[in-house]
Design a protein around this ligand. Structure first.
Ligand code: IPD
Ligand code: CA
Ligand code: CA
Length: 300
């Protein structure tokens, strides 16, 4: 009986803390509602199996990307009429405001278009050149990630923290590959080497969710080449507020125009940077196994 009461008091304290965290946010309370509305709209289209259109040879877009952006931008303008918005599908308002939202109305379009349920809505807020807030909503799992500078990061209202994994050899990592100019991207080398040097590398297909996974301790690290501001703005705030770190591949500061993103739980960051420098220098790099040799041996 006593134990049940103690649990009850503990749950109430937890609930109070969760509510307190959510109410102390200035922007992401309303932004999360907007992202959730966008996510619900995505799920309606997801159920309908929408047609694929092409922005490039493997760069897909659907009606859901455009409809979601329209809805998010309308809601953001209604909530904060003086804020500017940059959206992946063409929105650009530049009134000279000190605030600008970076909106990815559907991160993970290729997954979405093929019926693979890994995608999200991502919205990050910049103030005078500094990222200050971010919200990522995954409608397939009903998960809302939110963070504001100096106020911590939450998942469905509960505080989250990066993982405690201290060694690269014991880590799980995420990465992604661009759909634009993909034949020029060297990331397959990094994918190969880091797969051999960790517990494994996942390529889930949504950079925003990958960053949310670092923030919530599901991944120990994430990297990608050539992401855009709308892919990273929200996730970077989440990682930082959850105790992690984001830099470029040479430990330079990350900013929205950085073409390289390296995010981690901090503990493995130095090791990751060292490995990136080694791979760039071609030191200690094992060659990709030859498919030709494999096939020859198989025929013997
Ligand atoms: C893509 C996803 C993917 C990443 C690509 C992005 P989109 O965004 O985030 O994981 O590897 O580089 O372009 O096109 O689905 O919004
Ligand atoms: Ca994206
Ligand atoms: Ca997108």
């Amino acid at each position: 009986m006593l134990i049940i009461r103690a649990n009850c008091v503990f749950d109430q304290a937890k609930l109070f803390y969760i509510r307190f965290m959510a109410s102390s946010y200035e922007f992401v309370g309303r932004a999360a509602e907007i992202a959730r509305e966008g996510g619900a709209l995505l799920m309606e289209y997801f159920a309908r199996n929408v047609a694929i259109e092409y922005k490039g040879d493997a760069d897909l877009v659907t009606i859901a990307d455009r409809k979601s952006e329209k809805l998010l931008v309308e809601r953001l303008h209604a909530a904060w009429p003086d804020h500017d918005v940059l959206g992946e599908e063409g929105t650009l308002t530049s009134s000279g405001s000190e605030y600008r939202w970076y909106v990815d109305p559907l991160d993970g379009t290729t997954n979405f278009a093929h019926g693979y349920p890994v995608f999200c809505v991502s919205m990050g807020l910049e103030h005078r050149g500094e990222l200050i807030a971010g919200v990522i909503y995954d409608p397939t799992r009903d998960e809302t990630f939110a963070a504001e500078k100096g106020k911590g990061a939450t998942l469905n209202g509960r505080p989250i923290h990066v993982s405690g994994t201290a060694k690269l050899g014991e880590s799980i990592l995420g990465t992604g590959f661009p759909s634009h100019k993909r034949h020029k991207n060297p990331n397959i080398q990094f994918y190969h080497q880091l797969t051999l040097r960790s517990h494994g590398v996942r390529r889930a297909g949504s950079a925003a969710l990958d960053l949310a996974s670092v923030a919530s301790g599901r991944f120990d690290g994430f990297w990608e080449f050539n992401l855009n501001s709308w892919d990273t703005a929200a996730g970077v705030v989440l990682v930082r507020e959850a105790g992690g770190i984001v830099t470029d591949f040479s430990n330079g500061p990350f900013n929205l125009s950085s073409r390289e993103v390296l995010a981690s739980n901090r503990l493995i960051h130095e090791e990751l940077l060292k490995n990136f420098q080694e791979i760039f220098a071609g030191r200690g790099v094992s060659e990709l196994p030859s498919a030709v040799e494999y096939y020859k041996k198989r025929q013997r």
